[in-house]
Design a protein around this ligand. Structure first.
Ligand code: HEM
Ligand SMILES: [Ca+2]
Ligand SMILES: [Ca+2]
Length: 298
């Protein structure tokens, strides 16, 4: 399909080490770096494939051409970290390594560095050279109140099985959710509340009209890539609507239980899902470009 496991063996053998070093030093300064980088990869791949489109800054003339203008990208961070790693790579191997591959490698390191599996990822992606209108990102990124139906539909389009779809949501073992993303779940929906005590705690942390800076951790070990997300949701302690629904739905519930009991089973299904997501709709061969700077068009 055009990607390969030894793509940079000749042209830039140091690239994996450079990316790993970049992730490690950034995580020492800010331990929430891995969660931000993992979400950044998903939001890139979800809009016109993994082509580093999310990293492009708006130019002065056409400000709507930046995915960051979409409210669905609220809370996206660490785009500049990928720019910095790219500069380090350019210093050693100029014009060889795409920003999209750097982002995939960085997300892979983010998972491994947090205690998750070390995932082998095929490389050879190319970068897009123009950002889509932010309305496309708006249409393609999942909204905070997605339920099981919409989630399974979204991931089946990427070729994920139901088991892999449940596993990839285990990415929420890392990071946080801002209260602004929980308003509709907590205050004006007829959602299937699972654990009233837990929902009341969420309401206390996130009152009506919470400021944009308040947040809750996605699980109790939000810096560790482990299976606590599943254990949490099984207890009815899920944060998002999808977390509350997955254990109850007959299609997804059995996998939530398996992953809550067996971390290795979670890691295995997460790894294959991660590879599928990061291979979806990629530019290869002569398509696209290798951007010189990740945040600007060539
Ligand atoms: C139906 C699918 C999904 C929905 C509805 C969803 C929704 C969300 C929402 C609302 C947040 C909170 C953002 C904030 O308030 O700052 C979040 C955070 C996060 N999501 Fe997802 N997500 C989905 C799938 C994924 C996937 C596939 C991945 C990765 C492979 C992922 C990784 C993350 C991570 C790591 C965070 C924490 C970010 C941080 O701490 O900065 N999500 N997600
Ligand atoms: Ca993209
Ligand atoms: Ca965790």
């Amino acid at each position: 399909e055009g990607l390969s496991y030894n793509f940079y063996d000749q042209s830039c053998p140091q690239v994996e080490n450079i990316v790993r070093a970049g992730l490690q030093s950034a995580s020492l300064i800010d331990p929430t770096t891995p969660s931000a980088v993992l979400r950044l990869l998903f939001h890139d791949c979800q809009v016109e494939g993994c082509d580093a489109s999310i990293l492009l800054d708006p130019d002065n003339i056409r400000t709507q051409y930046s995915e960051m203008a979409s409210p669905k990208n609220f809370g996206i961070r660490k785009r500049e970290l990928i720019n910095n790693i790219k500069s380090n790579v350019e210093a050693i191997c100029p014009q060889k390594v795409s920003c999209s591959d750097i982002l995939v490698m960085a997300a892979r390191e983010a998972v491994a560095l947090s205690g998750g599996p070390r995932i082998s990822v095929p490389l050879g992606r190319r970068d897009s050279n123009k950002a889509p209108d932010f309305k496309l990102a708006d249409a393609l990124l999942p909204s905070a109140d997605f339920g099981v139906d919409s989630m399974l539909h979204l991931f089946s389009k990427k070729g994920l099985t139901v088991e892999e779809s449940v596993a990839i949501l285990g990415a929420h073992t890392l990071g946080i959710t801002h209260c602004t993303n929980l308003q509709s779940r907590l205050y004006n929906s007829n959602n299937k509340a699972t654990n009233l005590v837990h929902e009341n705690i969420l309401r206390m942390i996130c009152p009506v009209g919470s400021s944009e800076t308040t947040f809750v951790p996605n699980d109790l070990t939000s810096l560790l890539f482990d299976n606590h997300y599943f254990i949490n949701t099984l207890r009815g302690h899920g944060v998002l609507k999808i977390d509350a629904e997955m254990p109850l739905d007959p299609r997804t519930g059995p996998y939530v239980k398996t992953f809550g009991d067996d971390q290795e089973a979670f890691f295995k299904a997460f790894s294959s899902a991660f590879v599928k997501i990061s291979n979806s709709d990629v530019l290869i061969g002569n398509q696209g470009v290798i951007r010189r700077r990740c945040n600007e068009r060539n």
